[in-house]
Every structure is written in C-alpha cells, then in structure tokens.
Design a protein around this ligand. Structure first.
Ligand code: BES
Ligand code: ZN
Ligand code: ZN
Length: 511
C-alpha cells in the first residue's frame, strides 16, 4: 500500500533545509580594515588591556554606561558618522578561552541583529592561535544569527549576509580558521534545519533524497535501503518501529573515504525518528511532545557532519547509518509484547513502544560490526532518553561506552567545541533489568537510570568493538537562547562529530 502522507504533496514546495541555499550563506571575509559595506563593527574589550583607538571613548565613559568588559557585557555605541560600534566584553584576556570567545562573538552578533553586514575586530591574544580565534568568532556570530523560517509573508529577522574579521595581521592562519568556522557553522545550520523541519515536510523518504543530493555534492558514497531491502537484510528493529506508519522507512548509509592512506575507520550510527508519537503507547498531547519532530536530531547531526569531511580532508574512513522512520500508532503498529528480531538474530521483547530509538539503532550497530574490515570504533548519537535530559539538563549530553580511551576522545571533542558531554557509568549490574523471559532482552529496564539501561541495551549489539553512545535528548533543542544557540533546534552534535572524526585515532584495544 502506498499512502503518501495526506498533505505532504501540498507542502512539497517548502524546503526543509533552507540553509543549504546559496542565498542563505554568510559570506566570510578576512581583511586588514573593515570594509565600507559593514554597517556595524564589533570591538572586543577585556577588563584589562588597551581600548581600541577607533572607539574614541575611555574606560570611565564605558563604565558609566555599565560596561566593564566582563564576559556577557555588551554595549551599542552610536557614532555621529560611520558604522555603529558594538563593544563586547571578553573578560580577563589571559583567561579567555575559545568557548568564552565564541559566546562573546555570539552576543555581539545578536546585539547587531538588524545589520546584514558586520565586521569584528579580531582581539590580539597571546595564548590562543589566530586559527582558533577566527574559527570561534565565525561560529559564534553565524550561529547566533541563525533562524529557521517557513514564513512566506511576515517580516523575518535580518539575516547575517557578510562577516568580516578585521586584523592588521590578517594572514593565512586567520583565513584558515575563518574557513573552518564557516564549514562547521554551516553544518550546524543544516543540522538545525533538519531537526526543526516539521515531520510532515521531512519524512524518511525526503531525508534520503536530501542525503543523496548532499552526498553527490560532498564527495560521499550513499546507499538508501527501502522496506524491501531492509526486510531482506533482517532489520527487524527499524521495520518494527515503522510498522504503524504510512510513511516507509529508510536506512541511509553514507561512506567517506579519504584520498590517501586512512588513519582509522569509524562507524557512526544515528537515531532518525522523524516524529516520535510514542507508538501505541501514545505520548500525551502537550507542548514537549510537539518537539518530537526533532527526534531525528542525531541523524541530522551525523548527515551534517558527513558533509564536511571532504572539504576538511578528514583522514579517517567514516561509515554512517541514519535509521529513519517515524514512530506511529495504527492498526498495523507493533504491539506491546511483540518480539522483534533485529539484524543478526537477537530477539527483543517490546514492553514499551516509546523506547523505539534503541530498536532502530540495534540493526545499524550490528551492521557496523559486520563491516569488512571491522571498524576501529563505533559512535552513536541519539535523542534517546528523557532520563538523560533530567539528569544533565539542556546543555550537557550524556556519553556512555565500553572503552574509556574512546569515551575520552568524545569528551575532548565536546570540550573543544563547547558541545559538552558528561560520562555516565555503563553499570553492568543494571543489565539484568533488561532480561526477558522469552526473548534475548526487553527494550526497557526499570524506572531508574533510564539513560544507563538504554546504553546497556545498545551495548548488546556492538560485539565488543570500542563504542561510545551520545544521548542528546536534552541538548537537541532549547526554548530560550543561550549565547550562540537561538531557541529551537541546536544542531548539537554536528560540530562535536566533525571535531571527533577529524581528530580520531584508533584507540588501543582493551581486553
Ligand atoms: N524520543 C524519546 C526521548 C526524548 C525525550 C527525546 C525528551 C527528547 C526529549 C524516546 O524515544 C523516549 O520516548 N524515551 C522514553 C524511554 C522510556 C520509555 C524507557 C523516555 O525517555 O521516557
Ligand atoms: Zn524517540
Ligand atoms: Zn519514544
């Protein structure tokens, strides 16, 4: 039966990922002086150090306006003639790090919110490389100005069309950093778009089409597996979750191969639940659940990260599996008590149809273990548990794994990108909560430690390969702005994964 979603065709003209359009791209420039096109200039000011000459104000005057140069301080300074000046605080210069600088740039760009073309004076910092400084400034400013709009008429916010980094020492390093920032910011924008796109607009099929188009553009191999292929492959997890839906499932496999000798080989698995209704165990009709269109934020982050690898000349082979379907209730939906057979033959008793992410990912984890050669590591990323959100809040994701050096690599990437992750223990003694009388395991444990039992479930499918699982249920979206994260989908994971995949080195096997 082919049931196109009832109004999907009426929506076909809306683009789920407007950030991909050239017209929504921010042009990034590095120059020795601010261009005349810039109508606003941002000046970084610390609590110590000299004030920029062009400001024409002393510290006393700024202090009178309540501006001391602390992180979080921002002040618009009109001029009789010429561009608007925005001073933004960077605190004590010697204590400034990349994350704080990204935050500060975001604040400045937001204060300049009605300006299409802005310039940022690059602060001279002895302890941070110009490359890192440029990257942070670009990421902060571009990401803070992001908006996902499907409006045809109403006046929207002013897009940031051009960002110039201004430094007398403008050179190769600044240029490289700004290019890197541009690539990672664009990836995050794409991840945000996809996660923010309404589920009817972005079905699993549409996601596959977008992935196919991007793969061609970005030098990736892509294979899309439909229902028939999934059936032949025995992917009972993805098919089981899809059973209640009129929309068919898609497994999207993307492969990146470096041009020369590869350093390592990583497999990445992502939850791509286009909408999580809870299945027959329907979620209540409340505001939180209106955000379940973002239950594919893991898949969005992975697709976005994959698009950057060629441009950044990643040295690792990366194979990604995006497990896409929605989770819907209907007469054909999987029932409570059903037993699914996932790829490789293990059986799972479904005692909660809302714990669907782990079911779709199980198939992909097994497929990863079957790759030849076997991957050095498997990473997965998913909006998996409300328990993780409760434990760590909206700014910290959970990470669990069977291999500490690999988990440490994820944590390090989280620190470098300010997409913070915090490790939870993969406590083996909780494993018995997943025991089932009739199947190899149940799909949920007891009422406690839901993020951990979810991790233990996934571990069953990785066959001992070094593996780390990132739970982004809490970090995938925000209701109110946090520096460079506007309200809505955050794109969390895209930059973290880019950093991780670029820096990955095969961890030593631990027995
Ligand atoms: N998609 C949800 C998890 C989620 C919760 C994501 C909040 C984003 C924000 C997941 O499929 C789910 O429903 N998990 C259940 C698991 C439970 C049934 C064991 C949960 O967290 O309640
Ligand atoms: Zn879900
Ligand atoms: Zn669910």
């Amino acid at each position: 039966m082919d049931h196109p979603s009832f109004h999907a065709s009426a929506q076909a003209s809306s683009d789920p990922a407007p950030s991909l359009l050239d017209t929504s791209k921010t042009k990034i420039v590095v120059a020795k002086t601010a261009p005349s096109s810039a109508t606003c200039i941002g000046l970084a000011i610390g609590t110590d150090g000299e004030l920029p000459r062009e400001l024409g104000l002393d510290r006393e005057a700024l202090a009178a306006a309540g501006f001391e140069g602390k992180l979080g301080d921002v002040q618009v300074v009109p001029q009789a003639k010429g561009p608007l000046l925005v001073v933004f605080g960077i605190g004590k210069r010697g204590e400034l790090d990349v994350s704080k600088l990204r935050d500060a740039a975001a604040l400045c760009a937001r204060a300049a919110g009605t300006h299409e073309k802005i310039a940022l004076a690059v602060p001279d910092l002895k302890h941070l490389s110009p490359e890192l400084v440029a990257q942070a400034l670009v990421e902060g400013a571009v990401l803070a100005r992001y908006q996902y709009l499907l409006k045809a008429t109403a006046k929207g916010p002013t897009p940031l069309r051009e960002l110039t980094l201004v430094s007398e020492k403008a050179g190769e390093e600044l240029k490289r950093g700004s290019e890197l920032g541009s690539v990672t910011a664009r990836a995050t924008q794409l991840a945000r778009d996809l996660a923010e796109a309404p589920a009817t607009l972005l079905s699993a099929r549409r996601m596959a089409e977008i992935a196919e188009a991007l793969a061609t553009e970005c030098g990736l191999d892509v294979e899309v597996f439909d229902e028939k292929a999934l059936l032949e492959m025995g992917c009972g997890g993805l098919l089981g979750v899809n059973a209640g839906s009129v929309e068919p499932p898609r497994m999207i496999k993307l492969t990146y191969r470096p041009k020369g000798q590869a350093t390592g080989n990583v497999s990445v698995v992502a939850k791509g639940i286009m909408f999580d209704s809870g299945g027959l165990g329907l979620k209540p009709n409340d505001l939180v659940h209106a955000t379940m269109k973002g239950d594919m934020s893991g898949a969005a982050a992975v697709l976005a990260a994959m698009t950057t690898l060629r441009a950044l000349d990643c040295k690792n082979v990366v194979t990604a599996y995006l497990m896409c379907t929605d989770n819907m209730p209907s007469g054909t939906a999987m029932k409570l008590g059903d037993v699914l057979t996932v790829r490789g033959g293990k059986t799972v008793e479904v005692i909660n149809t809302d714990a669907e992410g782990r079911l779709v990912m199980a198939d992909a984890l097994v497929l990863s273990t079957e790759q030849n050669p076997r991957p050095d590591a498997i990473i997965d990323i998913a909006t998996l548990t409300g328990a993780c959100q409760r434990a760590l809040g909206l700014l910290t994701a959970g990470v669990l794994g069977n291999h500490q050096p690999l988990v440490d690599q994820v944590i390090a990437s989280g620190q470098r990108t300010d997409e913070q992750v915090w490790q939870l223990p993969l406590e083996k003694r909780y494993r018995k909560e997943l025991d089932s009388n009739l199947a190899d395991l149940k799909n949920v444990g007891g009422e406690n430690a839901g993020a951990i039992t979810a991790g233990l479930f996934l571990e069953e499918f990785v066959d001992g390969i070094p593996w780390a699982h990132i739970d982004i249920a809490g970090t995938a979206r925000l209701d109110s702005a946090e520096t460079w994260r506007p309200p809505g989908a955050t794109g969390f994971g895209a930059r973290l994964l880019v950093d991780f995949l670029m820096a990955f080195t095969p961890p030593a096997q631990v027995h």
